[in-house]
Design a protein around this ligand. Sequence first.
Ligand SMILES: CC(C)(COP(=O)(O)OP(=O)(O)OC[C@H]1O[C@@H](n2cnc3c(N)ncnc32)[C@H](O)[C@@H]1OP(=O)(O)O)[C@@H](O)C(=O)NCCC(=O)NCCS
Length: 335
Amino acid sequence: MTEPPVVTSLFEAHLTVTDLDRSIAFWRDVVGLPVALEVPERGAAFLWIGGPGEAMLGLWSAGSAPLGSAPMGASLHIALGVSLGDVLRACDALRSAAVAPLSFFGTEATEPSVIGWMPAAAVYFRDPDGHLIEYLAMLDEPPRPESGIVSWSEWPATKPAAKPVRVERYQGARDDLRALFAEAESSERELESYLDAGDVLVARVADRIAGHLQLVEAAAADASEIKNMAVDATHRGRGIGRTLIAAAVDVARDRGHASLVVSTAAADVGALRFYQRSGFRMRAIERDAFTPAAGYAEGERSDGIELRDRVWLDRLTSSDTRTSRACAPPPHAPR
Ligand SMILES: CC(C)(COP(=O)(O)OP(=O)(O)OC[C@H]1O[C@@H](n2cnc3c(N)ncnc32)[C@H](O)[C@@H]1OP(=O)(O)O)[C@@H](O)C(=O)NCCC(=O)NCCS
């Protein structure tokens, strides 16, 4: 079974009230909570607890509570604070526990919903009593109420024009990038073995590091290897990954290397698409590379596929990205 998300806090609780205005006044003026959002047409209001994004109280006039399939008063709704990575993995984790992941709208979901005004990513499910439970992570970006409630994959397209991205060689402590490295490496043991290796390029957006790419010497003499790369979850889908690959191709070429190689899990369908869209072609399969002995959890899954085999891909560093005979002997034969 896929590991469940690590719950770090109770993010949100909801109360059913008979007179919404009276209750808003009570929680605002008597208890001192700032109103985050009022939605009169849905008979709802939300108040922050401990400042914006810390925790939230939802007030619902009787009969208007979200996804209310159980009789009012019988179905409660709570939100559990988890990391963004765990929200993104929550659909898989719930499904592997035979629990249906739900969208904000109560339909069966394969990805989180994004609530634009907060903004937060969330996956919903019901406990055995029909109570509505939510895994939630606040997103580290400005609220966009105008985006409404959308799916995680739709969210990037609702963003205003992307800020310019600057790629540069990283000079700081590798430990400061550990969380980003861990986005692409679930084995702590493996990560420890290579965290300090090679060179790291970082993509900065308004001076903030939004992604990284680690470049090491490949097993073959005339190739560089992308050992680890990730883009911060809130910056994905805007071409930053592709920009980092283009910079890595330039660095590898400057080193006199004819090709750039990379490996990823055969189960990681998204990464396989990303690398092929970035000019790589498949070269070799290394079976049973992701084992518990190497620090990968038993039964770990990606895209619903068990994490077992590794795929090696490569591309030329010349402007002709078609892998030709020049790239012939596999840079990495399967072990
Ligand atoms: C893989 C990753 C680095 C891509 O970064 P990104 O900035 O989102 O990628 P880009 O926006 O440059 O995308 C380039 C193309 O790849 C596609 N793509 C990127 N990630 C994808 C995913 N997970 N699933 C499907 N397609 C994906 C994009 O849709 C885009 O395709 P298009 O040309 O049709 O528009 C990023 O998703 C990530 O950090 N993932 C978690 C860590 C990871 O998987 N690392 C690499 C594998 S070890």
